[in-house]
Design a binder for this molecule. Sequence first.
Ligand SMILES: Cc1ncc(COP(=O)(O)O)c(C=O)c1O
Length: 519
Amino acid sequence: MPKRKPRPQKRRRRSIMAFEMVRLDRTATEPLHEQLYRQIRDELKSGGFSEGSSRLPSSRALATDQGISRSTVRLALSKLHAEGYLCSKPGSGTFVANLLPETFLTAEQPKANQPIQRPVRISDRVRAIPDTRVGNQFDLGATGAGAGISLVASIPAVDEFPIAVWERLRAQVLAKKGVNLLRYSSNRGDVDLRKAIAAYLCDFRAARCHPDQIVIVAGMQQAMLISAMAVLNPGEAAWIEDPCYQQTRRVLGLAGVKIVPKEVDAHGIDIVRSPKEPLPRMIYVTPSHQFPLGVTMSFQRRTDLLDFARAHNAFIFEDDYDAEFRFVGPPLPSLQGIDNASRVIYAGTVSKILCPSLRLGYVVAPEQLVDSFVKIRSAMDQHSSPIEQATLARFITEGFFLSHIKRMRKIYAERRDFFIKQFNELLGDRFTLQVPEAGLNIVAWLKREEDFPIIKRITSEIGVRPSALSFFCIQAKLTPAFVFGFAAWTPTQIRESLVKLASTLRNQGKNLSYGRQSR
Ligand SMILES: Cc1ncc(COP(=O)(O)O)c(C=O)c1O
């Protein structure tokens, strides 16, 4: 017998509206088709449906769902058609009409769109977050770098992320662990990942910890929030570096902490305390590479800081966000590794090493704090994605993590050298670069302070967008400077951006009226 050709499978289009709220009462005097008509009409009137988004189920499906005959359904639908609630598209199905009859009959706006009459009361907690962004400014991501914007600080080269390897490992862990990765999981984090991170930190950051001290978190911000909530009551003081990573202030603001800004000198955070200053319960520092100035904390300052914390019963929060990218001299041990008094909460993130969208980080907590941290995480959002955690564990244990760091360090070193050379050639007359030993950013100090407004304006206009150093300052009054990122752009892109900035500055500099206006 000749084999029948398999029929091409029709793609079944699913209806978007289910009308699950329809309840027909067979004992009522109102006929079933009337009940169906009325309930569908009311649902259409109350919802924000539009022709583009809302396909109705077929009359057969509706009839089956409701246990009624198709002719009853057809009666109800034809009335809705006739009144303008529905329209048909041949070959596609029945849809909600774009403009429902009510739109024509009443001048009133639907309820959902009514403007709020009274100002909404927002909590003090929201006001305590120092963040002036509004609306779609929140859609640009933490660093505000959209397409075509370059030299933004703190952005890693995510296009170098080994997606294929990650996908392969992800598929492997899913095949091996299956549904176990789909359930709620440990509030501490994946046990294999905690083991892998503990081993990495002991070997490469000279940390002293075991896997039970590690809590996997959703990045550095969550590490800060959990730590602040665990060791500070609202209103108690935390010292932070000034200038400082802007998210630190926002997170501590959210935690209701009193922020005490402390100057940063050539050795790191200044820990001399004036009699007026409250004693800190927590001191936030970036010892490997101060953000944004780039200073590496000296050994003397590290021991002074540890002594201070011990003497005053304070915790030190060590944000080790990009220690892997050190370009001069041997890697420095973490502060956690030289702490003998369990005063350091160490935190790391994969945002710079791998990519920020993974939202994965880790805290090494002093033993007495571990359960409190986990308790907060459990109350907050339980845990990070088990699938990504298991994938990261494999990524580390199979050696990809270290080889990726090595490869990226080489790429970043080349980009950094190229940036410094090109910058000095093209913009050396206006800026002095302060080249740090580590990290993905470089501070450029202005040679003439009066250039600041015009440079600020030009950089935002041409899309070459270093951050003004003042953006990171709380009370610090530093001479004007800009923080440039170099890591996420190829040498060609770096050169193009610097040429654009230098030539625009040259042209605008000639145009004195522009210069005067912008001051
Ligand atoms: C000082 C500092 N810490 C941490 C981070 C990253 O934090 P997260 O892990 O929340 O992405 C950054 C990012 O720029 C940073 O500058």
